[in-house]
Design a protein around this ligand. Structure first.
Ligand SMILES: Cc1cc2nc3c(=O)[nH]c(=O)nc-3n(C[C@H](O)[C@H](O)[C@H](O)COP(=O)(O)O)c2cc1C
Length: 220
């Protein structure tokens, strides 16, 4: 489903639900499967929404490298960009526009090495720019610029983070919550933990995650 519709389609005046899918796994991905179930339910309840999906996990993303880093500081000062800088900046702008135009955001992601996979960080590094997703105001400091949008993070982890020791290792969900708040998104996080567990225990966790997503689909 994702591969066929990996290019967002912004035609028409319907509201937009943007799904950023960060797992490089397709059929076997737990985070994609759960996010797809949520999205199907949400769209059934909200026929005024259209879906745009961006497959950042399985489809190569535009680079944000040396040229992008240079443009990040030159563009706000209206300094002239080299062709390479302009190209990487345009790609970042286009990723941000897809986010800006969305009324609702769903990000599905695995936990990798206790944090997010680089695919998701690469997307964040394009869209999170001063003056776009957040601003800086004298006397106030950082101010969020994406207020009014709701976001849902659907996470899948091999382990189970249910003790203080395990929770200390989790750098995925705390960062996602921070990122959402910093940029003004009203965020919910639903996780399927223990995808490395035996089938029986996993089935119990999946039922709980699906039930949480189903409740959320009523008011997202
Ligand atoms: C490179 C890599 C690193 C991983 N690191 C962790 C980890 O630090 N903690 C954890 O709980 N699971 C870890 N896992 C397991 C995944 O989180 C788990 O397989 C999850 O289901 C992946 O999401 P997906 O099914 O949507 O692809 C890792 C998996 C891979 C491939």
């Amino acid at each position: 489903m994702l591969q066929k519709r990996s290019q967002p389609d912004w035609r028409g005046k319907m509201k937009k639900l943007l799904h950023i899918a960060a797992s490089p796994r397709l059929e076997r991905s737990h985070s994609r499967r759960l996010a797809n179930a949520f999205i199907a339910e949400f769209l059934k309840r909200n026929p005024d929404y259209r879906l745009a999906e961006i497959d950042i996990g399985a489809v190569a993303q535009p680079r944000f490298g040396e040229a992008g880093a240079a443009a990040k500081f030159k563009a706000p000062r209206e300094l002239e960009l080299t062709p390479a800088e302009a190209r990487e900046w345009r790609n970042a702008q286009s990723s941000f526009e897809q986010l800006r135009e969305a009324d609702r955001l769903v990000v599905s992601t695995p936990m990798w090495n206790f944090s997010m996979p680089y695919h998701l960080k690469q997307w964040i590094d394009r869209v999170m720019q001063s003056g776009w997703s957040f601003g800086m105001e004298p006397g106030k400091g950082y101010v969020p610029l994406l207020g009014g949008k709701k976001a849902l993070f659907v996470c899948a982890c091999g382990g189970v983070y249910d003790t203080p020791e395990m929770l200390k290792l989790d750098h995925l969900r705390p960062y996602l919550r921070f990122w959402a708040e910093f940029n003004g998104l009203d965020a919910a996080v639903v996780s399927l933990e223990g995808t490395n567990l035996d089938q029986e225990r996993l089935a119990g966790n999946e039922a709980a995650a699906r039930s949480a997503l189903s409740k959320l689909a009523e008011k997202f």
